[in-house]
Design a protein around this ligand. Structure first.
Ligand SMILES: [Zn+2]
Length: 417
């Protein structure tokens, strides 16, 4: 019996260490805030039933049989109102309640929809589409509830053709594949699969360069599925760096740009609020690397750095939140006080005074990508947050400007490399 107990202890100890993936990095600073230590081992998720719900008494059908959908249950309240239940993939979870579904009817009619969130409050005003590609914000008179209400209430005009309703514009892994395929037609852009997700979706990266590949700029996006505005700004940013301008060409002669545009395609295609298919917030897994998405990306970057004897000079992780915001390090804590991020923010704000980013200084210990880049690679890095409701035209113009401003800053810095 004693022997059995001994082996049980050994087994449990080994299980714990192996389960945690990588052991602690010695260069991560000591964690003083316990909230910064997060267990990122896989947890179960709730799969939504993919189904069309038909209400023949009022001639309305509603369904979620498409990538990016989220609709957990539907019931009829009266002859003009349906109640839709939106449940997250698991919880506790960040307050970013994603929803997306299709509605069609036997003829033109006005339908009232109540969105009931489980473990959430209303955040995203509905976007409507008739083809799943072109989206418009719901008319303000049709949205009958306020942000943070526990139930969202709105009116839609439906017909025989499908009306799509979504928290933000639907941009799934299929659209990312199409976008990266298009970019990879250029001779200096290589598209590669750097690993696979929990559900075996390919993890796609772009390598953009006409240089000796010694200086790297790393661009990440979509760790969090609903964060469409950050994703859109990333697209404008990358298209500019990959474009035909003289400035972009000069930049590519000095820098290789590594882009992982959608780190969480499982979460995106399953209509998750936050997590990957392992039920984990990927942007808390940059210390223990328990999930294949983060560990695949880490492996790619470490391989590139070793094989090319390269250095990451800067990295940008695109996200969305309530407002336009840079999370950055206090310049005075950085080695050499390089402070690329603050110069960049000021340069962008000068061009967009009506849509400025605010700066929020952060510590180094939360298990997020920004901190991994700094703690392990000693690279300055930022989290680039775009407001949920920022004007989409501003987003595409500002993404372009952000690219040109960063080109100028990095080329100037690179004279000292
Ligand atoms: Zn985020």
């Amino acid at each position: 019996m004693k022997l059995k107990a001994f082996f049980t202890v050994i087994f449990i100890t080994l299980f714990f260490y192996l389960g945690q993936g990588q052991t602690l990095w010695i260069n991560w600073p000591e964690v003083t805030n316990p909230a910064d230590l997060v267990d990122t081992r896989s947890r179960p998720i709730d799969f939504q039933l993919k189904k069309d719900y038909a209400f023949s008494s009022i001639g309305v059908s509603i369904g979620n049989k498409f990538d990016g959908a989220r609709l957990s249950h539907v019931s009829l309240l009266n002859d003009s109102t349906i109640s839709v239940l939106i449940r997250p993939e698991n919880h506790p979870i960040n307050m970013s309640p994603w929803y997306a579904f299709k509605i069609w009817g036997t003829g033109e009619k006005v339908l009232y929809i109540q969105l009931h969130y489980e473990h959430g409050r209303h955040r995203y005003p509905p976007k409507l589409s008739h083809d799943g590609k072109k989206w418009t914000l719901i008319e303000s008179g049709d949205l009958l509830s306020q942000p943070k209400d526990s139930v969202a209430f709105f009116r839609v005009h439906i017909g025989e053709d499908t009306t799509w309703v979504s928290a933000q514009e639907l941009m799934t892994s299929a659209s990312m594949q199409k976008w990266t395929d298009e970019l990879a037609k250029k001779p200096y852009i290589e598209k590669l699969v750097i690993g696979h997700t929990v559900q075996e979706r390919p993890l796609v990266a772009l390598r953009i360069s006409e240089s000796d590949r010694k200086n790297l700029l790393v661009v990440l996006s979509r760790q969090h599925p609903p964060e469409i505005t950050g994703y859109k700004e990333m697209i404008a940013f990358v298209e500019t760096l990959a474009g035909d301008s003289r400035k972009a060409k000069r930049f590519r002669k000095k820098f290789e740009i590594i882009v992982v545009p959608m780190i969480n395609p499982d979460g995106v295609d399953n209509g998750h609020w936050r997590h990957n298919a392992g039920g984990v917030d990927l942007n808390r897994d940059w210390r223990f690397f328990n999930q294949p998405e983060t560990s695949g990306l880490r492996k790619l970057l470490l391989t590139v750095i070793n094989e090319q004897n390269a250095k990451v000079r800067f990295s940008v992780d695109f996200h969305s939140t309530q407002k336009d915001l840079f999370y950055l390090f206090d310049k005075n804590n950085l080695p050499g006080k390089s402070g690329i991020a603050m110069d960049w923010l000021n340069a962008i704000n000068k061009k967009f005074p009506d849509h400025p980013f605010t700066a929020e200084l952060t510590g180094f210990t939360a298990q997020i990508s920004k901190n991994w880049f700094f703690n392990e690679l000693r690279s300055e890095s930022i989290t680039y947050e775009v407001g949920d409701n920022t004007d989409r035209n501003v987003i595409s113009k500002r993404g372009e400007t952000a690219a040109y401003e960063l080109i100028a800053i990095l080329l100037k810095k690179s004279k000292k490399y």
